[in-house]
Design a protein around this ligand. Structure first.
Ligand code: GLP
Length: 251
């Protein structure tokens, strides 16, 4: 029997086609383990998924007691209530996360290094991350692990790349985007038992090709996913564009 290859790559006709797959991944994690820790990713990639989750909570097909939620990263100095921050984004798009935050079933990434040891201990107390959702930056970052970040790092403080700040600028207008963040490390991400990375849109195509076909090293942090034994990458047609172009150039 041949071992399944990881990451498995699925090219979907549209980004919306990912939503039932993502809900299915969440449900499968709930079956594998009682009250698993689920790591969510923020960003436009997941906005439609958060709306779908909100509908699941509203219909009581999902309850805040079913799982513990956490996420990847937070801007330095931000607390849960601050506009532009990651926790604020999550609870704004899905009220269920807000209820989980109030009941202690949501572990927010602290906005400073001071809280990181306690955050990592809380993750360990949950038995680690059962399912980690991931997006990818245009420069190949995952969470806020910018190019050059060693794969061995756990949670740490980081300085954001210029392209990352450019992409974040609209959410902070009229202010400038932050320069620093706290992020989950690649070692932390690779420790999750299941990883589901989504990339949608033409702007992600070069990063997707580098992740899946380039060298596995810190130049493209997302290439680390090729070291994970149980990962899936969900792409829409546009994000898969450079993969297809490379494949046809080689044939
Ligand atoms: C931010 C987040 C990442 C996310 C990336 C892509 O930088 N730290 O976790 O994957 O943005 O965001 P978007 O989905 O908006 O393209």
């Amino acid at each position: 029997m041949t071992a399944p290859t990881s990451p498995q790559v699925e090219v979907l006709p549209t980004a919306d086609a990912a939503i039932p797959i993502l809900l299915g991944e969440l449900r499968a994690a709930l079956v594998r383990r009682p009250r698993p820790l689920i790591g969510f990713a923020t960003g436009g990639t997941f906005t439609a998924f958060f709306a779908a989750l909100a509908a699941e909570f509203a219909a009581q097909r999902l309850r805040g007691s079913d799982f513990v939620a956490t996420h990847l990263d937070e801007y330095a100095g931000f607390d849960a209530a601050r506009r532009g921050g990651m926790v604020h984004e999550l609870v704004t798009h899905c009220a269920g996360f807000g209820e989980m935050l109030r009941s202690g079933a949501f572990l927010p990434v602290p906005g400073s290094e001071a809280g990181l040891a306690a955050h990592e201990a809380a993750i360990a107390a949950c038995g680690g991350v059962e399912l980690q959702f991931l997006g990818i930056g245009r420069n190949g970052h995952i969470a806020f692990n910018e190019p050059g970040t060693p794969f061995e790092r756990g949670f740490h403080a980081t300085t954001l790349a210029a392209s990352t700040r450019d992409d974040a600028r609209p959410r902070f207008l009229p202010e400038e985007p932050p320069r620093q963040a706290i992020t989950s490390g690649i070692a932390t991400i690779l420790a999750a038992r299941r990883v589901v990375l989504c990339a949608f849109g033409r702007g992600k195509a070069p990063a997707v090709a580098a992740m899946l076909r380039g060298a596995v090293n810190a130049t493209c942090p997302a290439s680390a996913i090729r070291r994970h034994a149980n990962a899936v990458v969900l792409l829409d047609n546009e994000a898969a564009g450079d993969l297809r172009a490379q494949a046809s150039a080689q044939s």
